[in-house]
Design a protein around this ligand. Sequence first.
Ligand code: PLP
Length: 399
Amino acid sequence: MRREDFPILARKVNGHPLAYLDNASTSQKPKQVISAVSDFYENHNSNIHRGIHSLSEEATEMYEDSHVKVARFVNADNGEIIFTRNTTESINLLAYSLCLGLKAGDEILLTEMEHHSNLVPWQQIALKGGLKVRFARVDDSGAIDMEHFSSLLGKRTRIVSVGHVSNVLGTINPVREISKASRDNGSVSIIDAAQSVPHMPVDVKSLGCDFLAFSSHKMLGPTGVGVLYGKRHILESLPPFLFGGDMIRQVDFGNSRFNDVPWKFEAGTPDIAGAVGLGAAVDYLGRIGMDAVLDHGRKLSDYARSRLLLTPGIELYGPSGKRGSLLSFNLKGVHSHDVAEILDRDGIAVRAGHHCAMPLMRKLGITGAVRASFYLYNSKDEIDRLESSILRVRKVFSK
Ligand code: PLP
């Protein structure tokens, strides 16, 4: 990885070099991804699948090549990768398509640490269909209470959907164990991998999950593209989520037959350039190696925790051991937005607020937190700057 690959990192913000520590929201993009997108528009732009002309064939090949690259990246088979708009849409697709087959009283099992994307779609479908959403408790260490989880996994549990890495606590959940328990129970297992696929090796076969969702924009790729992995035989049996062009095989006035997977779930013109950019992002991450990405993230996250632990007035959230590459905290007596605003004056970008996890915030007894989240281009120096800047915030507010 070369920091110079990321043009935006050369920027100054408020007169300081940018320290971009908001990667759990979205990552920055290397030149290789940016030029893959512009190369598509400059040299190959055309719609896919339909045209019998050279540009359309090139565009189709590039788009399909990205399906293959992404499949390889998470060890899925061809045809098991669906492109959506983002993790949120991937989970909405599942909530719609899976819940159509459920009956009132059937249960969906989540945890208390889910992002709204893996909570609201289930909640809303459940409200309409008389389904019940249950939540496995999060314990004081920031881990899922697995005894409670097992006690909720019962005869009526049809779907289990759990985040791999919490975007607030950084907890790495035991998703292999959860997938196995779900399988043994006859439930469908879903992993929200928005915060794991960008940061660690993820192998869907080894995890044993039925579905896994993630977003291109958090893993160096463009916005506007999401991924849904699904086991082929389940995808084939599921009804489509969106209907229209490209997802059909045969249409009559009375009814339609649908295309094969994955296209059955990719109605209309997709974000072709975005998918091509995601392919370039996967190439980039592959060259570095996801073990190296994980190792770097872990070192930064451990270093940040060790520094902030020493900072007076700081409350840290999440487990003290192995964590994703992020750290959430509050500075006593200071609103998280105020902290973020003062850090911004020093050129440090962090996120503050409820992080799309309001129920978890309530459980923690807070309304918001500051989150510093790291990626492969961040350094310990930037964490040192974060620490000094937080000390400055403390001074400002203790006056
Ligand atoms: N799930 C988790 C754990 C996340 O952190 C996020 C985004 O922050 C999402 C889902 C939603 O991702 P997107 O906004 O790309 O749909």
